[in-house]
Write a new protein. Structure first.
Length: 484
């Protein structure tokens, strides 16, 4: 009887698999438990091992990490790989492994709009406060929590319910020999509640056309490798808020790994890849998306820049957005072009800043512009070499508030050496600036206290359009000046 039941069950299972595959569109592949990571080892508490590595097993560790912890190694299809974070610690704990080099993807754009459902998940002791919120709240920075930790592999921070939209990663430099070699090229994490959603993954060429297959991953079908304890801060507010029901909660950890060949790619396809795209369905809970550095030329999915970029930041101060960056070294650098986008896809040049050319010491740069819309601005640098070659930096974003131009200039257009700027009554803490359209400050002066009109000498300025900025401690007003 048992034999007949088992036989009937197996036939039914085969029927469902065949039926499911039959209804999938062309060039779409479903990936589930056969690509699951079945064990993970991290440095939580010095050393934490989630389970026994058996496919489909429930994690055996009773310890639930409650803080940041970096992935040291993982088991995929019965084989353990190190990430290169701390191989010595694996050896000291008698763990056998194949040495690897995994890192989080460093450059990406999240196109969806953050809602009240989007949460920043942090190990509940990340802020040092047990069973409660920290004061002040943790930094509201989605990009940070998707790339932090050693080599970006912190499993104890992430973002839950990433908004419906896309995550876009720059992707080049792929080794053809990495396709189909049996070694995972990517690791994708799920650290909260997958809710049965099915995200979609694909590679694209320079025109945005798909290469190979679209892969769908249903994380609710991926076995859990362990649990962690987390606080979930609402990311739609600034500062972020922590409410009842999201404090000190137990959540499951799931990881999926895959090869380029899982996407139907061949060794000849990879030279055409320019972007890795993840289509988000609104319930993705990501700690990081990692790549195997051994699968890429120069050990990076992104072409190296002619300069070593140390940092890139953008912040709004009153009416202006200040873009600042630092380089650790430069060789043959000509200039930087600051590019901005409102949708994360179409970028426009805002202006440029001359580069140092040759330098082996830290250089600091800045560029200011005035936002014209209340929007999330995506910012990146185009670093241009002396010979005209160029590379682009990672993309960052900043929420901006626009300021309407309500100042009055006379005459405008200007034909003489002097123009009159009418403004609010000066009380002693205001400044007036003239900027070129590429963001270079050309004039700075202070209006006379008690006056509402200030004369500006523009005789030294060539013909063109300029930005006039009137700034107090509480507001910024702008207008444009045309010199003929």
């Amino acid at each position: 009887m048992n034999t007949l039941c088992n036989y009937a069950y197996n036939l039914l299972a085969v029927f469902f698999v065949i039926t499911f595959l039959a209804v999938l569109p062309n060039n779409v592949v479903a990936q589930t438990s056969e690509r699951a990571v079945t064990e993970v080892i991290t440095d939580f508490g010095g050393f934490w091992r989630s389970g026994n590595g058996a496919l489909g097993s429930i994690a055996t560790s009773a310890v639930k990490p409650n803080n940041s912890h970096n992935v040291l190694g993982f088991v995929y299809q019965g084989k353990r790989y190190s990430t290169g974070v701390d191989d010595a610690k694996l050896i000291a704990n008698n763990i056998t492994f194949t040495a690897g080099d995994f890192r989080s993807l460093p450059q990406f754009i999240v196109t969806g709009a953050i809602s009240s459902n989007t949460k920043v998940g942090l190990g509940q002791m990340y802020d040092g406060v047990d069973n409660g919120k920290s004061t002040p709240s943790p930094e509201r920075n989605i990009n940070k929590y998707l790339q932090d930790g050693i080599k970006g592999l912190d499993l104890g921070t992430g973002v839950a319910n990433l908004p419906v939209g896309s995550m876009l990663f720059d992707m080049t430099n792929i080794l053809p020999s990495a396709v189909g070699d049996g070694v995972p090229d990517f690791i994708i994490t799920q650290i909260a509640d997958p809710s049965g959603s099915t995200d979609e993954y694909e590679f694209q060429d320079q025109n945005g056309a798909r290469l190979g297959n679209l892969v769908r991953i249903t994380f609710s079908d991926i076995p859990s490798v362990g649990q962690w304890v987390a606080d979930f801060y609402e990311a739609s507010t600034n500062p972020m808020t922590l409410t009842t029901g999201y404090i000190k909660t137990d959540r499951h950890i799931r990881l999926w790994a895959g090869d380029f060949s899982d996407f139907g790619l061949t060794s000849t396809d990879v030279a055409r890849i320019r972007t890795f795209k993840i289509a988000l369905k609104g319930s993705s809970d990501v700690a990081f998306v990692a790549y195997n550095a051994n699968s890429f030329f120069n050990r990076s999915p992104i072409n190296p820049m002619p300069v070593t970029l140390k940092s890139l930041n953008a912040k709004q101060t009153q009416g202006e957005i200040a873009v600042t960056w630092e380089t650790a070294s430069e060789e043959n650098s000509s200039h930087f072009e600051v590019e901005a986008s409102l949708d994360g896809k179409t970028f426009e040049k805002l202006g440029e800043v001359a580069a140092a050319g040759y330098s082996n010491v830290e250089q600091r740069y800045s560029f200011n512009f005035i936002p014209q819309k209340n929007s999330l601005y995506y910012i990146r640098l185009k670093q241009v070499d002396i010979d005209g070659t160029f590379e682009r930096s990672k993309t960052i974003n900043v929420a901006a508030t626009a300021y309407a131009p309500i100042l009055s200039l006379y005459p405008n257009p200007a034909t003489g050496a002097l123009v009159q700027l009418q403004h609010a009554m000066a009380i002693g803490n205001e400044k007036i600036f003239i900027y070129s359209l590429n963001g270079r400050k050309l004039l700075e002066t202070e209006p006379e206290q008690g006056s509402a009109v200030t004369g500006l000498r523009v005789s030294s300025l060539p013909k063109g359009i300029y930005q006039i900025v009137w700034q107090s401690k509480t507001e910024v007003q702008t207008t444009k000046l045309l010199i003929k």
